[in-house]
Each structure stands twice: as C-alpha cells, then as structure tokens.
Design a protein around this ligand. Structure first.
Ligand code: NAD
Length: 379
C-alpha cells in the first residue's frame, strides 16, 4: 500500500493569536463559541484577553474550563453538554493536548447528536459528516494535537484509545509562542520531549516516507536546538515560537506516518499511574531506542545523526545514552522507577502495549516478553 498525505488544517503562525482567532471566527451568520480551556490556563491569565476581545468583537462566548489532564470520556461529555446547551457553532480549544483533544471530540459529537463516544472509539459506529469547526490554540509545544486527525480520549476504564478520522482535523490551528511563556520548566521539557519522540518515531517507524521525513527531520533539528533553551530560559520568545513550530511539524509527521514503541508503551504506562503524557513518553525514549538500535538502517541512521547533531563517531547503539543525557540535562528522570513504574505492574503494561495501534508500526517487532525485559532493564 502506498502513502497518502492529507492535511486540511489552516496553520497560522501568529504573533497576535487573539486577532487571528477573531479573523477565523468571522462569519455572516451568528457565531456562538464554546471556549474550552483548563484551570491552569485561567490561573496563568491566558484566557481572559481572549474572552474580552471576542466579546468586544460581538462574538458570543462561553468558557468551559473543567478539562483535566489525560481526559477520559466522562471528562469530555460535560464539555459536549455545555456546547449543546449553548447551541455552539464553533469550538475553540486553548490549552495543551488535553484541552485540544476534548475540543476535537466535542466537534465530532456536535455533528452527531446522540452518538455514544465509546461506540465510536471502539469502532461500533461510524462518523458520516464533518465535525463542527474546531480552532486549536496550543499553549504547550508538544502533542501536535492541533495538526492531527486523532483525539485521545480515554474510555470509561481510562484506556487511552485514540479515535482517528479525517473529520477530526481542526479547521485552523494558531501557533503563538507567547502563549507558552508561562509554561513551567518541567512541563516545557516534558511536552517538548513528547514532540521529539513524535519526530523520532515518525522517522524510524515502518510507515515513514519522504514527505513525513521532511517534517520529522525539521522538527528534530529544531527541538535539539531550542528545547534546552526554552526549558532553561522560558521567557525566550524565539525559543517558544520555534518549539511551537517544531511541535506542529512533528505532529504533521507522526499523524501521517504513525508512532512506535515508546508511544505504545506510553499509553498504558501513563494511564496506570495518571502520569503526564510527555513525562511518561520521555522516560521511555532511551529504553525503546536501545531496543530498536539493531534495526536502524544505515540510511535512516545518517538522517538521524545529522538532525540530532550527533557526533560523527556515534552509531545507533549510542543513541540510548545520548537520549539519557539529553533528557537528564533537561531535568527530567531517565529511570522508569522515577516516574512511578512498579515491577509488579510491568506484565500488564506490556500486554496493554500490544493493544495500542502504534505497536505494529515499530521498526522491530517486540514480543510481550521483550517489552517486559526492556522495561525491567530500565527501572
Ligand atoms: P496537558 O494539556 O495535559 O496540560 C498539562 C498542564 O499544563 C495543565 O495543568 C495545563 O494547565 C498546563 N499548561 C498548559 N499550557 C500552559 C501554559 N502556557 N502556562 C501554564 N500552564 C500551562 O498537557 P499536554 O502534554 O499538552 O497534553 C497531553 C494530552 O495530549 C494527553 O491526554 C495525551 O494523550 C494527548 N495527546 C494527544 C495527541 C493528539 O495528536 N491528539 C498527541 C499526543 C498526546
């Protein structure tokens, strides 16, 4: 089977996201916006200027801020009910991946009233019409949700089962680095590592292709340059804007070519311990690179080596140590026990890994026993 590259989102690199949002909402018809965000962003003072300026522009807005991290279906449905009550015409998601995924799910449900989300995510029913328009404004530089056709909403048990469909793409994504200036260093590092792993897995996964390579390599080059600076010096706007752009590039790459073992293990790992997504994924990078190293071809290696700025004497088997140093220099843990992994949970996490869609895209097939071994070795 060949590859298709499809990306319908209008991607706006902005230095005034409020003004750009108002332009996006411009319509001859009445506009009612459900404005999704979370309490952290309200407290950071990021939401208020949007609401004020939208109001001044005569746009009806209702703010819904009760979106937790790693949202499950029971967290997303109240947002959908609020949108229904408002008779919303548009959904805006201002926040990290948790808020944007919720906005994307609400957009789908608004177009399919009465549809059961879990029926949809487990493939028992299908979408048959475009979602209501969703505009994503990321405030973390990591998940790439603003540019992907997947929304990751856990089912009622917390299993992180993404729903993928071209109708899930947002209508527009506004990338404004100034919105992440308030992101604390640890979250900057963890979300940025999520983007780096997206790029590495898109580039090394089985479905990598010349189009996705462009985005993946561009993202890697930018992230190794700018993530340490954005983490150390969060007020550096150039670093924030570059990370916002790189996270979108990595998102485009993985959306089109798939993810691999770190994200496959990351699903059950983060769900088991209610871990921040990027933190869990970052901690899995060294172990999965170590496992994959023997399967990295010379051609893939030369691309990786250049994009990650690795020394010319380096080779695939030194990748894991490079990742350990890069991650610990960012102040993040490199041992899995440091993010909470317990030995007794490893078999269940390994089995859960094999249920994740990205598991089969890994460059080297991993049995449950091999996943157990690699997790135990990196405790
Ligand atoms: P998040 O959205 O869960 O946010 C983490 C925390 O950061 C929150 O407390 C939030 O208030 C705070 N925060 C965000 N921006 C801030 C800012 N500018 N200033 C201060 N605080 C700020 O974190 P995330 O890593 O962006 O998203 C993780 C979610 O995204 C997970 O549920 C994951 O499964 C999902 N995800 C989705 C995709 C996709 O393509 N749909 C891809 C990867 C991950």
């Amino acid at each position: 089977m060949g590859n298709t590259f499809y990306f319908p989102t209008r991607l706006i690199f902005s230095n005034d996201s409020v003004a750009d949002l108002i332009l996006e909402l411009n319509s001859p018809d009445p506009v009612r916006v459900l404005f999704l965000t979370d309490s952290g962003l309200i407290n950071a003072g990021i939401v208020e200027p949007f609401v004020k300026k939208l109001g001044e522009a005569g746009i009806a807005v209702e703010v819904f801020s009760d979106v937790p991290g790693n949202p499950n279906v029971q967290d997303m449905l109240p947002a959908y009910k609020a949108a229904q009550k408002l008779n919303a015409t548009h959904v805006v998601g201002l926040g990290g991946g948790s808020v944007i995924d919720t906005a994307k799910a609400v957009g789908i449900l608004l177009a399919h009233p009465g549809m059961d989300w879990e029926d949809l995510q487990w493939g028992r029913v299908k979408v048959d019409r475009p979602a209501f328009p969703v505009i994503a404004i990321p405030t973390t530089a990591g998940t790439g949700s603003e540019v992907t056709k997947v929304t990751v909403i856990g089912d009622h048990t917390g299993f992180k089962k993404g729903f993928l469909h071209p109708y899930v793409f947002t209508r527009a994504a506004i990338i404004d680095g100034s919105l992440s200036l308030s992101l604390p260093p640890k979250l900057t590092a963890a979300t940025g590592m999520d983007a780096l792993v997206h790029a590495i897995e898109a580039y090394t996964g089985k479905r990598a292709n010349p189009m996705t390579d462009l985005f993946a390599l561009g993202a890697m080059r930018s992230i190794v340059k700018w993530l340490p600076e954005a983490t150390r010096n969060g007020g550096n706007l150039a670093a924030r804007q570059a990370m916002g752009e790189a996270a979108a590039m990595a998102g485009i790459a993985f959306d089109q070519s798939g993810l691999a073992l770190a994200h496959a293990i990351g699903g059950p790992l983060t769900a088991t311990y209610h871990l921040h997504h990027g933190l869990g994924i970052a901690s899995l990078l060294p172990a999965t690179l170590e496992f994959n190293a023997p399967a990295i071809s010379n051609e893939r290696w030369s691309g990786l080596q250049a994009a990650l700025s690795l020394h010319e004497t380096s080779n695939p088997s030194s990748l894991a140590d490079w990742a350990r140093k890069f991650i610990s220099d960012l102040g993040l843990p490199v041992q899995l026990s440091e993010v909470g992994l317990r030995k007794e949970d490893i078999p269940e996490i390994a089995v859960g890994t094999t249920r994740m869609a990205m598991y089969t895209n890994n460059i080297r097939s991993a049995s449950v026993e091999e996943i157990i071994t690699l997790l135990e070795k990196n405790m």
